[in-house]
Design a protein around this ligand. Structure first.
Ligand code: ADP
Ligand code: GN1
Ligand code: MG
Length: 380
C-alpha cells in the first residue's frame, strides 16, 4: 500500500502516545471539515484515531482537551448503556496532546482516541432507521449530560450558536467584501437579509430565560454519531470539541438539518435538496424517546422553528466564509462554500413549507413520550 504524505512525521507522533505495537498503516479520514484526522493500525490489530487540532479555530487546545477529558470520563462512568465510547489516550508522558514543531518552530497539536471499530459514520442518511438512531443517540447524549455540572465547561468557541451575532458577522463580511466575491452571491445575500428576524428567536428565548441552558453538543451533524454497522444501533457520539452550555434546540435542529436532508450538504443540484419527512419523523421519534419528559413547553413549541434557524445559521456561516476567502471551513474547490450556502438556503425554503406538518408531528410524538421518563419505561 502506498504511504501517505507525512507518513514518517506522523509515525513519530503516534509513537509518542501511550500505546504498544508497531505501526502497520496510517490512513486519512476526510469527512470532517475542521480537524485533520487519521486512523492508525498497529501490529497488535488495535486501531487509533489521530487528530491534528485546527488551532485556527480552537485557539486554546489544552482548555479544549480539559473539556473533552471531563465529558468523556463523565459519560464513561454514568452511562450504563455506553458500549464503546470515546476515550482520550494520553502521551507516554501523561499529556493530553502531543506537540509537534516544524522547521519554522510552528507548533501543531495532536490528540489520540480509541478508534471505534465495527461502526459507520454517515454523511447522508438513506433509511429512517439510521435517522431514528441518530436522533436517539443525540437525545441520549443530552439526557445523560443533564447531570454534568455546566460550570465545569470551557467555552471552546465564543458565541458559537449566537445566531444574532452570526448574522452581524455575515453582514460585516458582506460589507468588507475582502476578496471581491459579493457580486457572485447577491441572490443568496438578499435571501439571508430577508430572514434577519429569524436569527433572534432562540437567542431571545435564552436571554429572557424562557428556555434553559443545557449541556449541549453543538455540532450534531449526522457523521458525528457512530452507528453499529451490523445492528444499526447507535454506538457513540463523537466530535466533542464544541460541548458547551447552549440550547437543546440547536442540537435537535442541526440533527434534522443534516440527517433528514435528501442530499449532501454540498449537493449542487438543488432540485435534489429537500427535507425527507419520513426521516424527519424517525429522527424526532428517536430524539423525543430520550428527551421528551425533560423539555420545557417553549422548547417543544420551537422545535420545528429550530430546524429553520440552524439551517439559516449554516447558510450564513458558509456564505460568510465564502466572502472572507475560505478561511474557516475546509474546501475542495473554489466555490465550495458558495455551493454549500446555496444548498442550505434551498433547505431553508423547503423547511419553511413544511413547518406546519413538522409541528403537528412533534406535538403528537411529544404527547406519546412526555409522561414517561426513561427509567419508568426501562422498568416495564
Ligand atoms: P471534524 O471535527 O473535522 O469533523 P471528527 O472528530 O468529526 O472531525 O472526525 C472526523 C471523522 O472521523 C468522523 O466523522 C468519523 O467518521 C471519524 N471518527 C472520528 N473519531 C472516531 C473514532 N473515535 N472512531 C472511529 N471513527 C472516528
Ligand atoms: C463543522 O467538525 P464538523 O465537520 O463535524 C462545524 C459545524 C458545522 C459543520 C457543517 C467546530 O462540523 O459547526 O455545522 O461543519 N464545526 C465547527 O458541515 O465549526
Ligand atoms: Mg465531525
Amino acid at each position: 500500500m502506498e504511504k501517505i504524505k507525512d507518513y514518517d512525521r506522523l509515525k513519530k507522533i503516534i509513537e509518542k502516545f501511550n500505546i504498544t505495537g508497531d505501526i502497520i498503516s496510517i490512513n486519512p479520514i476526510n469527512n470532517g471539515i475542521i480537524n485533520t484526522t487519521y486512523v492508525a493500525t498497529l501490529s497488535d490489530e488495535n486501531k487509533y484515531l489521530l487528530q491534528k487540532i485546527n488551532t485556527n479555530i480552537f485557539k486554546e487546545p489544552y482548555r479544549l482537551m480539559k473539556n473533552i477529558e471531563n465529558v468523556t470520563s463523565f459519560i464513561n462512568s454514568n452511562d450504563a448503556k455506553s458500549k464503546d465510547n470515546l476515550t482520550v489516550i494520553k502521551t507516554k508522558e501523561g499529556a493530553p496532546l502531543c506537540v509537534d514543531k516544524d522547521e519554522f518552530s510552528h507548533k501543531s497539536y495532536y490528540r489520540m482516541y480509541n478508534f471505534i471499530t465495527g461502526s459507520t459514520s454517515y454523511d447522508k442518511v438513506d433509511t429512517p432507521i439510521i435517522a431514528y438512531n441518530t436522533g436517539k443517540a443525540f437525545g441520549h447524549f443530552q439526557r445523560i449530560l443533564k447531570g454534568y455540572p455546566m460550570v465545569l465547561l470551557e467555552e471552546t468557541i465564543e458565541n458559537f450558536h449566537n445566531t444574532k451575532k452570526r448574522y452581524a458577522d455575515f453582514l460585516e463580511a458582506y460589507q468588507r467584501d475582502a476578496v471581491g466575491r459579493k457580486e457572485n452571491a447577491y441572490k443568496e445575500i438578499c435571501e439571508i437579509m430577508s430572514r434577519e428576524e429569524v436569527c433572534n428567536i432562540i437567542v431571545d428565548l435564552l436571554d429572557k430565560k424562557k428556555i434553559p441552558y443545557r449541556v449541549t453538543h453543538n455540532d450534531t451533524k449526522v457523521n458525528n454519531v457512530l452507528i453499529d454497522s451490523k445492528t444499526n444501533e447507535p454506538v457513540a457520539v463523537i466530535d466533542l470539541d464544541t460541548v458547551m452550555p447552549g440550547s437543546g434546540l440547536y442540537d435537535y435542529g442541526d440533527g434534522i438539518r443534516s440527517a433528514c436532508s435528501s442530499a449532501l450538504e454540498d449537493e449542487k443540484d438543488l432540485s435534489k435538496v429537500s427535507i425527507d419527512m419520513e426521516k424527519f419523523k424517525a429522527y424526532t421519534d428517536g430524539y423525543l424517546s430520550e428527551m421528551a419528559p425533560y423539555l420545557k413547553p417553549l422548547e417543544v413549541s420551537n422545535m420545528a422553528n429550530s430546524v429553520k434557524i440552524i439551517t439559516l445559521e449554516l447558510a450564513m456561516r458558509f456564505l460568510e466564509d465564502y466572502l472572507n476567502g475560505d478561511t474557516y471551513f475546509k474546501t475542495d474547490y473554489d466555490d465550495h462554500n458558495l455551493v454549500r450556502a446555496k444548498n442550505q438556503l434551498k433547505l431553508v425554503e423547503e423547511i419553511e413549507n413544511k413547518i406546519p406538518q413538522m409541528e403537528c408531528f412533534i406535538d403528537e410524538c411529544y404527547k406519546k413520550y412526555k409522561g414517561k421518563s426513561k427509567t419508568m419505561r426501562n422498568s416495564k
